[in-house]
Design a binder for this molecule. Structure first.
Ligand code: HEM
Ligand code: MG
Length: 332
């Protein structure tokens, strides 16, 4: 039976996390990494299994311990990823591509393809990764990082902050609309694109920075995380639990609607059918009743039981306002 989500650690202040027990190590043959610079960093320091395959509980513990990620945000990200691309029977998830190390797959159309799988959690208009239409959407891309630096120079005096996030997030969407005929930012991706832009200012900034320096990320540290999957030397995690705070500021700079290009560049059509940042209840209901049911139309046995349990963890963490839980597989 999947265990309940781990509680936050008892101490949730700043502390050295680039410590003796968690040395950075280069990748070994077969180690898996993917599109998330946070999880990649935790694996390369041994907060997560260094091979890149972990249980949801491992991931929640690691993001809380290593980055002081706030527990609700940690649970939302982890259980959504696990439900979409993890193995619900073995309780294992790849932080990158598909691997036999998560165990025998349940029947298709389930994918169990790891968080790199394009179009489920991973999506377009990432800050430092190209859209899947253009190539490997999981690896660090230097020209996009150069653009990240350029925006940080122009709007943040050389630092990434919420103001930079507001400009860069919008620009990446406009860039994809203008260049990627298959561009899509609907439902979950419309939410994560803004959350992740906030993570950069909240979770990658040393916890000893306060006042005007809080939520300001220098470019050397950014490169450590995004490219090298490594804490800056002597890094302290944030001084209090945090996740997507500030995403509202980033969104408000240039509000957008969910939608997609219609097979050609510059053909963006609004599509709110899967919800989005401003409609969490539609997102939640469609996530369960459309996205998850497409992967698991008729689960049985342990698979069905674990789907119900994980969907419960997800709903409890998301707690969408005025939005009752839905039970496509029954309640137990
Ligand atoms: C991106 C998963 C925690 C920072 C992503 C993506 C996935 C993901 C699938 C790719 C989305 C995309 O850009 O297409 C998760 C899961 C987590 C988690 C399951 C479990 C709690 C974290 C943490 C941090 C973080 C703790 C920071 C310390 C980011 C950032 C991006 C990202 C900044 C955007 C990268 C970019 O746009 O270039 N994450 N993540 N994530 N994640 Fe995570
Ligand atoms: Mg992406």
């Amino acid at each position: 039976v999947p265990p309940p989500p781990p509680a936050p650690p008892s101490f949730t202040g700043a502390k050295l996390v680039d410590d003796r027990d968690h040395p950075w190590r280069p990748l070994r043959r077969g180690d898996i990494r993917g599109p998330c610079p946070g999880l990649n960093t935790l694996a390369s320091h041994g907060y997560l299994p260094r091979d890149g395959v972990a249980s949801p509980s491992d991931i929640i513990k690691a993001v809380q311990e290593g980055f002081n990620m706030e527990t609700q945000g940690a649970r939302i990200a982890t259980y959504s990823a696990h439900i979409l691309e993890g193995n619900l029977v073995t309780d294992l998830l790849s932080i990158g591509g598909k691997t036999s190390r998560t165990g025998p797959d349940p029947p298709a159309p389930a994918t169990v393809a790891g968080i790199s799988n394009h179009g489920s959690f991973e999506g377009d208009a990432s800050m430092t990764r190209v859209d899947a239409f253009f190539g490997d959407h999981t690896v660090f891309n230097q020209p996009l990082f150069d653009q990240f630096v350029d925006f940080s120079n122009r709007f943040g005096n050389g630092f990434y902050n919420y103001t930079v996030g507001g400009e860069l997030r919008f620009h990446r969407i406009q860039q994809s609309i203008a260049t990627n005929p298959q561009f899509s930012i609907r439902g979950f991706r419309h939410i994560t694109a803004y959350g992740e832009a906030a993570f950069v200012a909240n979770l990658f900034v040393d916890g000893r920075k306060t006042g005007a320096n809080a939520h300001h990320l220098d470019m050397d540290s950014a490169l450590n995380f995004f490219r090298d999957m490594r804490f800056p030397r002597g890094f302290f995690r944030p001084s209090s639990p945090t996740a997507a705070e500030g995403a509202d500021i980033i969104f408000a700079a240039h509000p957008t609607q969910p939608g997609r290009n219609n097979g050609a560049v510059n053909s963006f059509v609004v599509d709110t059918s899967m919800g989005g940042l401003t409609d969490p209840c539609t997102f939640y209901v469609q996530f369960v009743n459309t996205t998850v049911r497409a992967l698991y139309p008729n689960p049985t046995g342990v698979l069905r039981r674990n789907l119900i349990i994980n969907l419960g963890f997800f709903y409890d963490a998301l707690a969408p306002p005025n939005c009752p839980q839905v039970f496509p597989y029954g309640q137990n």
